[in-house]
Design a protein around this ligand. Structure first.
Ligand code: IDP
Ligand code: MG
Length: 139
């Protein structure tokens, strides 16, 4: 099976709580390899643009403030079946519903401050990687 790409962010709550190292370790132990990684503090405008697909959702403004409240780590990952396997590795959006042992089960605080992002399709993985890393724009 060919390797594919997914995109993740370690979100502000997890960075502030010093879970960055544990989360990266968890991701590597789950078989993903890092293709690119960047530590960055998003402006509200950048966070709003990244999550533009959710602009109509009631939680959008809070999500934008939260995602620009502190630094994040943006990471491009590679693995066979990367998108689906990474969604399994992180668990459900709401940490209360995330399977035991998943990253959100272990490290998330709430449905909003849920420790990590994970792309939901191969197409969005390319778009999201390209948002942060110019070398992925060719996809
Ligand atoms: P996902 O991150 O599991 O793909 P999405 O539905 O794409 O979940 O939502 C994007 C992000 O918006 C979530 O990761 C979370 O931070 C936030 N979010 C989603 N649903 C809610 C909610 O009901 N209340 C507050 N924040 C939410
Ligand atoms: Mg999503």
């Amino acid at each position: 099976m060919n390797k594919t790409t997914t995109f993740t962010m370690i979100k502000p709550d997890a960075v502030i709580n010093n879970y960055t190292g544990k989360i990266i370790d968890h991701v590597l132990n789950a078989g993903f390899s890092i293709q690119a990684m960047k530590y960055i503090w998003l402006t509200a405008e950048q966070a709003g643009s990244f999550y533009a697909v959710h602009a109509a959702r009631p939680f959008y403004n809070d999500l934008v403030s939260y995602m620009s409240s502190g630094p994040i780590v943006a990471i491009v990952l590679e693995k066979e079946n990367a998108v689906e396997d990474f969604r399994k590795t992180i668990g459900a959006t709401d940490p209360q519903k995330a399977e035991p042992g998943t990253i959100r089960n272990l490290y998330a605080k709430s449905i909003e401050a849920n420790a990590v992002h994970g792309s939901d399709s191969d197409e969005n993985a390319q778009i999201e990687a390209g948002f942060f890393f110019s070398q992925f724009e060719r996809f």
